[in-house]
Design a binder for this molecule. Structure first.
Ligand SMILES: CC(C)(COP(=O)(O)OP(=O)(O)OC[C@H]1O[C@@H](n2cnc3c(N)ncnc32)[C@H](O)[C@@H]1OP(=O)(O)O)[C@@H](O)C(=O)NCCC(=O)NCCS
Length: 425
């Protein structure tokens, strides 16, 4: 007999189906709740709401587990490339050698953007945040590729969309960076792998250090997908209206920009700089965080879902040590970060609230060592997350019973105001 949950409302008892996921997660299916009872659920911040079923990413925040399509993140980060992890996420299986090669070539064939997009990048102020440039570039692609803007993309068009956006996002990100530096755009080189080419397009140097490219590749892998986070939910929300793929992905870029989401890695570095400038007193900084008067948080700590070590943070911390030693970089911010982590992990405030380092705590230090400026950090996150957004969008539009996303609310405003003429207000 299938499991049921019982809900007692006044005199009546209702039975609600229980849905069990493949990793044993359980959910009470409330699809018919309002129709049967007249009630809706109230769950601000969606802390307990499963907005969809999904076969892409599993994460267990209590145990600190993250898997893409059933493969542990540790194994993917060690054995796959970013392009392979993207294929896995989007197509649901690891590619064969020939499938991977074809996918890489298809992405590399999108090695430039229309002249109008280039002109647009050049029209931005040099100090514009690159996320502003990226977001507007992304949605503007819909004006240049109108044949890709139909409501329902064919299977072929979906294959084009993932390759095109992965190729062109890299180009737009590099061009936005070059513009911010007052430098000419550097043309992509198809002979280089994805990350090496991106570094080449940023620096103009084709001799990219292999370790550096590998570190960037790992960082992108770690960001590929993270189930229903704010930007992915935004992609699903916007995509559910059947907005075109460029507008849909641009919504993900916008959501990612916020400091509580993808903007956190930039905020971490700013915090570390601030601590350094105030004489390295990280203990005082932690006291300020804890008394909450300053309103500041320990950026890069805490997570809505992970109440244990973020498995990505462990991989990044290791990569961080290795990149810094390979490049011979001695970064005082790394010492501050390690000091903060050590003290915070023993402090009852952080222990009781289960606040552990998240993916952003060390990623900024690696980006810095790679010569990537702070305001590009969130752009790097967007490059990594793009295949996840695309996979989640594809899964949503292909799921039987696809519906526009439209949450409900409980109205708490005035109920009967008397309208006064403007002159008497
Ligand atoms: C990620 C984050 C938004 C998750 O927030 P959340 O699940 O809504 O958790 P809450 O904001 O309800 O926090 C729960 C408690 O921990 C505290 N807390 C959470 N993160 C904290 C942090 N980074 N520093 C200090 N205190 C923190 C809150 O003040 C709150 O304390 P209280 O119970 O005394 O009120 C939050 O941890 C945060 O702001 N972290 C810093 C930003 C960051 O690194 N974001 C990247 C995420 S990948």
């Amino acid at each position: 007999m299938s499991e049921k949950a019982k809900l007692v409302l006044g005199e009546k008892t209702y039975e609600l189906p229980v849905f069990t996921g493949t990793e044993g997660e359980k959910a009470i299916d409330i699809t018919k709740l309002r129709a049967d009872t007249g009630f809706v659920t109230l769950d601000s911040g969606y802390m307990n709401t499963g907005a969809c079923t999904s076969a892409i990413t599993f994460l267990d925040g209590e145990q600190g587990i993250l898997k893409y399509r059933g493969y542990g993140i540790e194994e993917i980060a060690e054995k796959s490339s970013f392009i392979e992890a993207s294929y896995l996420t989007f197509y649901g299986k690891l590619p064969s050698a020939s499938e991977l090669k074809a996918f890489e070539e298809r992405i590399a064939s999108y090695d430039d953007v229309p002249e109008g997009i280039k002109a647009m990048i050049k029209a931005f102020p040099k100090d514009a945040h690159p996320m502003a440039v990226l977001s507007s570039n992304m949605v503007s692609l819909s004006a240049f590729y109108q044949d890709m803007c139909n409501q329902d993309l064919s299977a072929d068009q979906k294959d084009t969309a993932i390759a095109q956006l992965m190729g062109q996002l890299k180009v737009m990100a590099a061009y936005a960076f070059r513009h911010s530096q007052g430098k000419d755009f550097v043309k992509s080189d198809k002979k280089l792998d994805y990350c090496s080419d991106f570094i080449h397009m940023m620096t103009g140097d084709k001799n990219v250090n292999k370790e550096v490219a590998k570190a960037l590749d790992i960082l992108l892998i770690l960001h590929v997908d993270h189930e229903q986070n704010c930007s992915t939910s935004s992609v699903r929300m916007v995509g559910s209206s059947k907005a075109n793929i460029f507008a849909t992905i641009s919504a993900g870029v916008d959501a990612l920009w916020g400091p509580l989401h993808g903007g956190a890695n930039q905020a971490v570095l700013e915090m570390l700089e601030e601590i350094k400038n105030s004489g390295n007193d990280y203990k005082q900084f932690l006291n300020d965080v804890k008394d909450k008067k300053s309103g500041s948080r320990l950026m890069g700590f805490g997570h809505r879902v992970y109440k244990n070590f973020d498995p990505r943070a462990k991989i990044i911390k290791k990569a961080c040590d290795s990149v810094l030693s390979t490049l011979g970089v001695n970064d005082p911010l790394l010492d501050i970060a390690k000091g903060l982590e050590e003290v915070a992990l023993k402090d009852p405030y952080f222990v009781e609230r289960k606040l552990y380092p998240n993916v952003d705590f060390y990623s900024g230090i690696i980006y810095r060592a790679l010569g990537i400026p702070t305001n590009m950090f969130t752009v790097m996150f967007a490059m990594g997350r793009l295949p996840g957004w695309m996979a989640q969008w594809k899964e949503m539009v292909e799921q039987p019973g696809f519906k526009i996303c439209r949450p409900r609310q409980i109205y708490t405003g005035d109920t009967k105001n008397v309208y006064k003429d403007i002159k008497s207000r």
